[in-house]
Design a protein around this ligand. Structure first.
Ligand code: SF4
Ligand code: SF4
Length: 426
């Protein structure tokens, strides 16, 4: 695709501003869905506004400026705008697709932000955005004697992901998870230091060729392993495998793709794992964008738009519309509820309308004040539920929310779902 192909979609946008709001908010306080407009407080920061920026670029009416780039990149690529827009317009406008192509155009024009170029340089050099040595990727698994899936066949390819692999705070949960799988007699293996980023971050930053190269390398590793199921511990990779790879034309050979929360949920429901001890806590669950609305399976579509009744367009043949409702929402909640003593209370914005934590899309690296404000707003919403613990199933969300909670002196404890299970299953 290209930005030019988005023109006809942008033209259909009537500037209704639904992309800024929940379709059916429960309160004025938490009615916004878009962290970008909450930060920039100017229409250009909304998805509709970014669409018109793109249109003006295509018409050669505007050039690049620091403020224009700020409106494009102070955005977490969370996709809540897209879900809200679709409640009124289905797939007629799809603002998130325009955001992807707008960023790709900025990259093509050599106007990327220095913070993003640094992330990409790291991905090119060592296969992770942090610039950490690739030979340290599997340090978390030292001494566990796990099967190396690049040398031995296994039923399940356990994919780890960059943030869990390099964040030492995640290692205990990963090790626990590996033990759980062993106890449940799952035949699984890991790729160790051969694993690298699945390309989701590169795609979000607009570096689509880097994303394709990383996706192809990941797919090659997974397909060559002969595994039947791909289970990932990384929310960003989960979204990349299900949504990003098909966008880039990269195939995983029809493999079943699951997030670790879905796989553990299946093992518990099959009676192969049993959470035993109690946690006694009122918790609220934060739906990560990448595990929820952004993880719906993307199906490439070849067809045409037909104008009907002079005002509407219909897709011929019809294509599946991603409304955000088919994300991984139930498995994490079931896992939490499987822990005796845990009561789950919902935030006002949850499931497909979850409010972003602020860390995604390169926002944390480029505009840390924006990322912190967004996390602060999400923590306020979690505090309003009365919960003492906020649980999430994405290491990036957890790391960011936890850092901001500490900095802002929040009483809320932010925990990973695997960490919660780790404490509950002895
Ligand atoms: S992008 Fe969608 S929701 Fe936003 S202003 Fe345009 S039509 Fe309305
Ligand atoms: S992707 Fe998220 S932050 Fe960006 S415009 Fe859409 S709702 Fe706002």
């Amino acid at each position: 695709m290209s930005l030019e192909t988005r023109k006809r979609y942008i033209e259909r946008c009537p500037r209704c501003s639904q992309c800024k709001w929940l379709p059916a908010p429960k309160s004025q306080r938490f009615a916004s869905v878009c962290p970008s407009i909450q930060y920039g407080n100017f229409h250009s920061y909304s998805a509709g506004g970014k669409g018109f920026t793109a249109y003006a670029m295509l018409e050669n009416r505007i050039g690049y400026s620091a403020e224009m780039l700020r409106s494009v990149f102070a955005c977490t690529m969370c996709g809540a705008c897209d879900t809200s827009c679709k409640t009124n317009f289905g797939d007629n406008i799809e603002p998130l697709d325009t955001l992807y192509e707008l960023r790709a155009r900025v990259v093509r024009d050599g106007k990327s932000l220095p913070a993003h170029v640094e992330l990409i340089d790291n991905l090119r050099r060592v296969g992770n955005p942090f610039g950490k040595p690739s030979q340290e990727r599997a340090r978390w698994a030292e001494g566990l004697n796990l099967k190396d899936i690049t040398k031995q066949r296994a039923d399940v390819f356990l994919h780890i992901g960059c943030t869990p692999a390099y964040d030492e705070a995640e290692w205990r949960s990963l090790q626990f998870c590996a033990e759980l799988l062993k106890n449940a007699k799952v035949d699984f293996g890991v790729a160790g230091n051969a694993e690298q980023s699945s390309g989701g971050l590169a795609f979000d930053l607009g570096f689509q060729e880097d994303a394709r190269r990383l996706a192809e390398a990941s797919a090659k590793l997974v397909v060559a392993s002969g595994a039947k199921t791909l289970v990932t511990c990384c929310a960003e990779s989960y979204a990349a495998f299900k949504n990003g790879f098909p966008r880039l034309g990269v195939s995983l050979g029809g493999l079943r793709v699951l997030h670790i929360t879905e796989y553990l949920d299946e093992l518990i429901r099959d009676g192969r794992l049993k959470p035993r001890s109690s946690a006694n806590a009122l918790v609220t669950y934060h739906d990560p964008c990448k595990l929820g609305r952004l993880s719906e399976t993307y199906t490439p579509w070849q067809g045409e738009w037909r104008r009907v009744l002079n005002v509407m367009y219909i897709a011929v043949p019809p294509r599946p519309v991603l409304y955000g409702t088919e994300g991984n929402y139930d498995a994490p909640r079931r896992l939490l509820q499987s822990i005796a003593g845990v009561e789950v209370v919902e935030m006002e914005r949850s499931r497909e309308y979850s409010y972003c934590c602020g860390a995604g899309g390169g926002a944390k690296e480029a505009y840390p004040d924006f990322a912190e404000k967004t996390a602060g707003d999400r923590l306020t919403e979690a505090e309003a539920t009365g919960a003492s613990v906020m649980v999430t199933a994405c290491a990036t969300c957890q790391r960011h929310l936890s850092a901001v909670a500490n900095k802002q002196g929040s009483k809320l404890r932010v925990k990973g779902l695997l960490e919660m299970l780790c404490e509950a299953v002895v």
